[in-house]
Write a protein that binds this ligand. Structure first.
Ligand SMILES: O=C(O)[C@@H](O)[C@H](O)[C@H](O)CO
Ligand SMILES: [Mg+2]
Length: 398
């Protein structure tokens, strides 16, 4: 049987609500195929698709088994030394598709090829449930629906307005009032994960985290930009809530810096962004001696990415909880039999060979790429007018 890679095709999928997903299908000379998915963030799906196309001829003809070697060669020839981090998002899709192929050939779920599961189910937190909420009341109302669905952990960004480094006292107060209302409505048993989207300066982050301590936050994600990891470390030193960072980091070198600076308690790399499963396993192994846990990020990764995240989460001893954007679930289920069964905030381990996902190509083609305006955050300008309240950062252009 020839396991030589014969072709790589890419597909956009527009599920809804201003987001295109990007999948790739890799096929061997003998017709075995696997599915992969790339993280595409906001508005970079075409860039990542270009990378996939550029990389494809380089991968075709290689043996699908040689995933680690191909990863290293691509890293050297396309990634850091010659191009940009978007490469990693493209490469992730191919890497995952190769694992799918190798698992199918072996007749085993991918996690069983790589050492077996450390757990019987994978804990999931809900994200993406908050689209369209525009007040604390509507956030709480929507969160109660998520609780009623059985989730025991959920994540949201409690700050109002755009992602900016300097905010007003009113914006800090809003975040605190938001968390307070959520805790009171959802009760003591709900795990509340908050995400600041690397927006604020350390003095804001520290003050807000200290005010939030009484509401027992599960973790505080990306208090500051992780590019300057010293800032994140500074926040971590000053607060008691566990700090998460990693969704905008890609290489082992990036993660080595976070670990050696003791900047985070939890890392959230994305399997569709860092280069796939082997790279995730490496990062998790690096974190282990630092007693740092892994909570996989899983943003535009709702079919293949979700399944791959569950395989990965099963495999590592230092797994904490995985992300799922629940708002896209229905659209995704319409093009693929769900590879992952989820109930009450727990995902079952897939039992089918490979990643356990099969996308219906005809249905996939019936939801092609759609352009949509990138609203940016200027819409908030009128909702949260910046006045010269407190720290002198008045009327900064939004
Ligand atoms: O942790 C998360 O899932 C978020 O930071 C998302 O990546 C972000 O909202 C995308 O714009
Ligand atoms: Mg985040």
């Amino acid at each position: 049987m020839s396991m030589k890679i014969a072709r790589i095709e890419t597909f956009f999928f527009y599920p809804k609500s201003g987001k295109n997903l990007l999948f790739c299908r890799v096929e061997t000379e003998d017709g075995l195929y696997g599915w992969g998915e790339s993280y595409v963030g906001v508005k970079k799906e075409r860039v990542v698709d270009e990378y996939l196309r550029a990389m494809a001829p380089y991968v075709v003809g290689r043996d699908a088994h040689n995933i680690r070697h191909t990863a290293q060669v691509l890293f050297d020839d396309f990634a850091i030394r010659r191009s940009s981090v978007d490469f990693f998002c493209a490469w992730s899709a191919i890497e995952l598709a190769l694992w799918d192929i190798v698992g199918k050939k072996a007749g085993l779920p991918v996690y069983q090829l790589l050492g077996g599961a450390c757990r019987e189910q994978v804990r999931i937190y809900a994200n993406g449930w908050w689209y369209g909420v525009d007040s604390i009341d509507s956030t709480v109302e929507r969160a109660l629906q998520v609780k009623a669905m059985g989730y025991t952990a959920l994540k949201w960004d409690p700050f109002p307005g755009p992602w900016r480094t300097f905010i007003t006292r009113q914006e800090e107060d809003y975040a605190v009032a938001n968390v307070k209302a959520m805790r009171e409505a959802l009760g003591p048993d709900m795990d509340l994960l908050i995400d600041a989207h690397r927006r604020v300066a350390p003095h804001h982050a520290i003050r807000v985290a200290n005010r939030l301590a009484e509401y027992d936050i599960f973790c505080y994600e990306e208090p500051c930009l992780s590019d300057n990891i010293d800032l994140v470390a500074e926040v971590r030193q000053a607060i008691t809530t566990p700090v998460v960072t990693g969704e905008t980091l890609y290489t082992k070198e990036d993660f080595a810096r976070v670990l050696s600076k003791r900047a985070a308690d939890i890392l959230n790399p994305d399997i569709c962004a860092v280069g796939g499963l082997t790279q995730m396993l490496d990062i998790a192994a690096m974190a282990q001696p630092y007693a740092v846990a892994i909570s996989p990020h899983n943003y535009n990764s709702t079919i293949v990415g979700l399944a791959a995240t569950v395989h990965f989460s099963a495999l590592i001893p230092n797994f904490l909880i995985a992300e799922c954007f629940i708002n896209l679930q229905d659209a995704c289920d319409s093009i693929a039999a769900p590879g992952v069964t989820m109930k009450e905030g727990w995902a079952d381990l897939p039992t089918a060979p490979g990643l356990g996902v099969d996308i219906d190509v005809e249905r996939l083609r019936s939801h092609p790429y759609q352009d949509f305006p990138h609203k940016g955050m200027r819409q908030y300008r009128d909702e949260f007018p910046r006045k010269n309240y407190v720290w002198g950062m008045a009327n900064v252009t939004r």
